[in-house]
Design a protein around this ligand. Structure first.
Ligand SMILES: Cc1cc2nc3c(=O)[nH]c(=O)nc-3n(C[C@H](O)[C@H](O)[C@H](O)COP(=O)(O)O)c2cc1C
Length: 187
């Protein structure tokens, strides 16, 4: 698959088939994630590969329990039914105060790599915007040592259906030339 197809074709997938995801494919995806940029090249990430049905069920339950009211119509139940969940974490002492940013870039690479290998995924954060309860509960469940923080939970599986429709915002709304408000020539 060429780069444009990977980028244009990646979509959030929240339903998965039972078809197994081989360890080898997970390994290939995580190998690509190692190439993500990171602050001061600290490469602070670590990836916890979860296949245990009980752990996935508890991750789904935690995400749902700490879901803000306005997002409750999008439950994270699919974490329990995905064949694999990757928890992307970062070591604080390698992070140069940018563990979150580095972990998010590795996560974006995983989302693209998953699509490249014919798998679906979706970005779920492993922390709340305010408070530490979700992060602490996930760290406890996954046995993370002190100084290792979870940042995302990425299910992996064969897509169980097409993604929901999505309209892209037009380029004319997004691009400014030299100064905000100076629009590019129409194409
Ligand atoms: C920061 C961030 C948080 C997100 N949180 C959730 C989430 O809690 N639950 C979910 O189902 N999808 C979540 N998503 C996925 C978005 O809903 C999805 O990327 C968006 O609708 C665009 O669709 P696409 O990924 O198919 O292009 C999140 C995405 C980002 C970037």
């Amino acid at each position: 698959m060429d780069f444009d197809d990977v980028v244009r074709g990646r979509r959030s997938i929240r339903r998965f088939t039972d078809r197994p995801v081989p360890d080898e494919t997970v390994g290939q995806i995580l190998d690509l994630a190692r190439h993500a940029p990171s602050s001061m090249n600290g490469q602070p990430w670590c990836f916890v590969v979860v296949r245990s049905a009980e752990t996935k069920r508890r991750l789904a339950e935690l995400k749902n329990r700490f879901c803000p009211l306005e997002k409750r119509e999008y439950p994270a139940d699919f974490l329990a039914t995905a064949p694999v969940v990757i928890a992307v974490c970062a070591h604080r002492d390698r992070a140069h105060d940018r563990g979150r940013e580095s972990a998010l870039l590795a996560s974006a690479t995983i989302l693209l790599a998953a699509h490249r290998f014919g798998l679906g995924s979706v970005f779920l954060s492993a922390y709340e915007s305010k408070g530490d309860e979700l992060r602490t509960a996930i760290a406890g469940l996954l046995g993370l040592p002190d100084g290792v923080e979870p940042f995302t939970l990425l299910p992996l599986g064969h897509p169980g259906g097409p993604p929901v429709g999505k309209a892209l915002r037009p380029r004319s709304e997004l691009v400014h030339i030299e100064r905000y408000g100076r629009l590019p020539p129409e194409d």
